[in-house]
Ligand binder design. Sequence first.
Ligand SMILES: Nc1ncnc2c1ncn2[C@@H]1O[C@H](COP(=O)(O)OP(=O)(O)OP(=O)(O)O)[C@@H](O)[C@H]1O
Ligand SMILES: [Mg+2]
Length: 622
Amino acid sequence: MTTTTTAAPATDNDDELPRPEGTGGAGDPFDQDVLPTPPGATASLLRSLLAPMRARVAFTTVLLLLQQAAVQAGPLLVAYALDTAVPAFRDHDHGPLIAVAVGYLLCALLSGGLQFAFIEASTRVSQDVLLDLRGRIFRHAQALSVDFHERYTSGRLISRSTTDVESLRELLNEGLQELVTVVLSFVYISAMLLWLDLGLGAVAVASFVPLYVLVRVYRRRAGRVYRARSTAIAAVIVKFVETMNGIRPVRAFRREAANDAEFAVLNRRHERTNGDALLEMARYVVGSRLVANTAVAAIVLWGAYRVASGSLALGVLAAAVLYLRRLYDPIDRLGMFLNSYQSAAASLEKIAGLLAQTPTVPEPSAPRELPSPKSEFPGREVVFDGVRFAYRTGGVVLPRFDLTLPAGQTVAVVGSTGAGKSTLAKLLARFYDPSDGRVLLDGVDLRELAVPELRRGVVMVTQEAFLFSGTVADNIAIGRPDATREEIERAAKAIGAHEFISALPDGYDTDVRKRGGRISAGQRQLVSFARALLADPAVLILDEATSSLDVPGERAVQRAMSTVLRGRTAVVIAHRLSTVEIADRVLVMEHGRIVEDGRPDELIAGTGRFADLHRAWRDSLA
Ligand SMILES: Nc1ncnc2c1ncn2[C@@H]1O[C@H](COP(=O)(O)OP(=O)(O)OP(=O)(O)O)[C@@H](O)[C@H]1O
Ligand SMILES: [Mg+2]
């Protein structure tokens, strides 16, 4: 469609980011990045993703619990060795020391094995979750209405299903392990310390208070930084995709330098947010080290004093210091976890925002079928009943109107650029629903019509003839997937596409994306005509569908049209008035209104807009 490139004004603001220099206005991708995510949507998305995995998540948690128990037994064995086994050894009792050595080895083996089992199990869980999530994003985005895609660019969708899903992967693969390990370490270690010696344990536990404050502050600050970072990377991707999609106009208008400059701003901003994130992390690590080292120093000082005075066993002090040192690692890992948590939370919020979008053109809740055809012809009656239409992002494009297209009629719609012709067509194809009123197909409101019925009922061919990857035959068969090769060729022949297709390297089996399979704009239009013809719809809409064809090509299509359109209801939009010759009726649109309506010969004979247009066109031919 030609109209989908209309820039939509900014909708959502990401207030947390300063605007970059040199960008701004409606085209600034930053304005539209974050869809307002309804409260609770993120949590309920996470719940729905994890709910089917509950048992497996519980199993992996148990593995981790056991693994931690094995790991944390180490210092306890050291304390036992120093205070019991070594004295026993002195008394020629080798048993305890051997037991300690064997115990240590067993713990090491056990913790290794359990860790392996845990990694395997948790990776499976995260794979399944992400598989599910990416599938949901694709299905949902595909189901959303055209107006959503006009606002939410493909770059943004790409960043949702790549970087955002990846950051969730990080959280699930590593982050959760970090979190469980950290919590368990804290619990075990505090319990052990308190059990070994209440006083030393109390000092250690007291040091958790400043740590807690540190974590809180880090969480808040990192959350801001990570949201900004994820918005910034999305903007980089959006700019990238947009530029490469529009590479032809970029070249044609020598936009490269300007694009480079704009991209550099976005790229730098992304790097800056990366730097900010690292800086926050560094602050956190330094702060937490400081607290932990202070606690170790206090315990060593006080413990040494008590060992000297005989009120504390050396082994207990050694174990206490070992345990406390073991806290360093989890504290750093808590930082890592918060990192991946923040970045995953920001991503999940955006994904939840996307998934919370509902189609503005929803599928009917109680779908209706079309009544059985009144005649042998496929055509059906179209009624616009009190229809008024405004795009979500603009003013009224079509003021209230009524229009009836009898079954089987071929109607040409002409009018100046921006008059609303394509909008009328898109309402009939149900790309949009009218703001007021109804569009009826044989008396059934399009909003109530079952989706397969609508798909068979109305087919629109636009100027932008899109080909999917696959062969030429595949592309034609999209109109009717169960069509045979004969039917495909018959459709191509009817429209005059057979000759050029046969001349391609592999004929109908030529891959349209491969070298040699590249076909011209006019040829693409012929393929999409054949596709529409094969679909055999009741209502066929042609919006500038022959605009890329040369005059003989257009003539050929027109000759074919008189057979193709026979008995079908057809809406033909064209600037070239030659197309109008096959029409039974002409509508002239201006500023969203139908200003003339009649048989072509009547209008030409009259004194209205169409007569003027036609005269000008005749003169231009002379
Ligand atoms: N997706 C959109 N969002 C907002 N406004 C739109 C959108 N598409 C079209 N419009 C506006 O609606 C009006 C009618 O557009 P429409 O595409 O129907 O015109 P048209 O008659 O088909 O023009 P043309 O001959 O150039 O194809 C224009 O003013 C246009 O700016
Ligand atoms: Mg148009």
